[in-house]
Design a binder for this molecule. Structure first.
Ligand SMILES: [Zn+2]
Length: 251
């Protein structure tokens, strides 16, 4: 029996000291990496550097904290690159202290991206810090196959996200944190995906890398009271459903 490939749905591969070594380690662990980017320029750069590599998709992104002081030219560039992108992210909203001042500009970029029908045919990984309800409402309205990455918002909004068909990606730092416990217990296993948010998220005392997801899966298996093998199969099935949904968006 072959072990199903897993996907790290949110990894800042360009921020590691040695991206190629991290990708090779991920490949050995059977993990496909979605390399998120923070703006269209970074996407082009990363595609050029790493684009044609097995086990990797470079995602077209526009980070909300970048969107806050972007020009209309940057947004146009994003929309122009959209047809060639297989994944979108990271995009989203950030109304935390770091982003609240550029709320309006962020909303303009996020809404323009979601208004493009091509976004509905790609998986999207989304940042929502401090803006969870607004982000969930926008995604629900746009009917995109979106993943809420490292969700730290109110538990009460989780049901709205689930009702909208959204997914949640869980990282090595989350399964170790007591703060994320209530969220992890609340999420139905069939809506859970994996991410590292590396190298920004920690796995113990060092930066998380995609191969840490095997340990994250062990945590989830204990939580769900199934074997690690069954948990791996369950999450791999979720990834397949995510792909199916993005290839067959609601009419
Ligand atoms: Zn990120």
């Amino acid at each position: 029996m072959t072990v199903p490939v897993l996907t790290d749905t949110h990894c800042h591969i360009d921020a590691y000291d040695n991206p190629v070594a991290v990708l090779e380690d991920a490949h050995r662990a059977g993990i496909h990496v979605i390399a998120v980017t923070e703006d269209p320029g970074k996407y082009r750069l990363l595609r050029t550097r790493l684009g044609r590599r097995d086990g990797l998709d470079v995602a077209l992104g526009f980070h909300p904290l970048r969107a806050g002081n972007a020009s209309p030219h940057d947004l146009a560039r994003f929309l122009r690159l959209l047809p060639q992108a297989t994944w979108i992210g990271e995009i989203g909203l950030d109304f935390s202290r770091a982003g609240v001042k550029t709320r309006k500009q962020q909303l303009r970029v996020f809404e323009s991206i979601l208004a493009d029908p091509q976004v509905r045919t790609r998986p999207v990984t989304v940042h929502s810090r401090g803006a969870e309800r607004e982000t969930i409402a926008q995604l629900a309205q746009a009917q995109v196959s979106a993943i809420l990455h490292w969700y730290t918002g109110p538990l009460a909004a989780v049901d709205d996200a689930l009702a909208a068909g959204l997914w949640f990606s869980i990282n090595p730092a989350m399964v170790r944190s007591t703060k994320a416990g209530p969220l992890l217990r609340r999420l139905p296993p069939e809506r859970v995906l994996l991410e590292t948010d590396g190298p920004f998220a920690r796995s113990g005392s060092r930066s998380a890398v995609p191969s840490d997801l095997i340990g994250t899966l062990d945590h989830l298996a204990r939580l769900w009271d199934i074997s690690p093998g069954e948990a791996r199969k369950a999450v791999a099935q979720n990834e397949q459903r995510l792909r199916y949904h993005s290839e067959h968006p609601p009419a």
